[in-house]
Design a protein around this ligand. Structure first.
Ligand code: GLN
Length: 253
């Protein structure tokens, strides 16, 4: 089996070393004997959506987002749409998450997003939304009924000035237990649509939440091989400790 990952703007969209998430995916695949291939896709480069099972974009400061947004729409928009419709897994973090939506408005300027999902981000007056965060997520159930089925917890860290609001038919990734989430008001965090996930949880999101890494690996392998694999469990004591530490930090606010 093989997982083919596309890393979008690895040099520009990598605040808090978000690309560490890719190393974590790689190790979890290799420990299970699954081949893992990373392709970098930067400014001016296009890609063929048939060649990838998992697309990843990290976070960035406003100026990084301005620098890539035009290029993203000019050279990658169509391929991103096809990849999403075809069921490839997509994970976008913070600045990358904001660019999946319609637009990001700040200081009288509008950065055009990819329009892959119905959401908008606005840099409203008020402090940045910063701190440890924990959310409750149910990836197996209906995203519009987050309370159904078995809920799992994602714990991490957020730092964003933009406030994101989802369109009426767009489902969040989860419910905020501690922290701010999309806008500090409606109690939701991130977005989820088919196999696309956008979230404000930064930095070592996947090492702190190994279950999400495995969910992405299984989804990507299903995309490539047509069948969802049963992933061999790994020895996760360090990952569990990292999750607990992030959760405790979120509880203590
Ligand atoms: N620049 C965006 C904001 O402040 C995203 C920040 C980030 O990726 N950390 O809202």
């Amino acid at each position: 089996m093989k997982l083919r990952l596309l890393s979008l703007y690895p040099d520009q969209m990598n605040i808090y070393a978000d690309r560490g998430n890719i190393l974590f995916l790689q190790h979890r695949c290799e420990w299970r004997g699954i081949q893992f291939e990373v392709t970098r896709c930067g400014p001016g480069e296009s890609f063929n959506p048939d060649d990838f099972d998992l697309l990843y974009m990290g976070g960035g400061q406003d100026r990084d987002q301005k620098a890539v947004a035009k290029d993203l729409n000019q050279t990658k928009q169509e391929a991103m749409k096809v990849a999403k419709e075809d069921g490839a897994a997509i994970l976008a973090v913070c600045g990358g998450y904001q660019l999946l939506g319609e637009s990001y408005e700040l200081e009288g300027e509008t950065i055009e997003g990819l329009g892959l999902v119905d959401l908008k981000t606005v840099r409203e007056p008020g402090p940045r939304l910063i701190g440890p965060v924990a959310i409750e997520v149910n990836l197996d159930g209906n995203p519009n009924a987050l309370a159904d089925g078995e809920a799992k917890v994602l714990a991490g860290f957020e730092n964003h000035g933009g406030r994101t609001r989802l369109g009426p038919d767009t489902a969040p990734l989860g419910k905020v237990i501690h922290g701010h989430g999309n806008n500090g008001q409606d109690g939701f965090e991130g977005v989820r649509q088919d196999n696309l996930i956008g979230t404000y949880l930064h930095g070592p999101l996947l090492p702190k939440n190994a279950w999400l890494a495995d969910h992405l690996i299984a989804t990507a392998l299903e995309h490539h091989h047509g069948e969802r694999p049963e992933l061999e469990p790994l020895e996760d004591s360090l990952e569990d400790a990292a999750h607990q530490a992030a959760l405790t930090a979120a509880r203590n606010g």
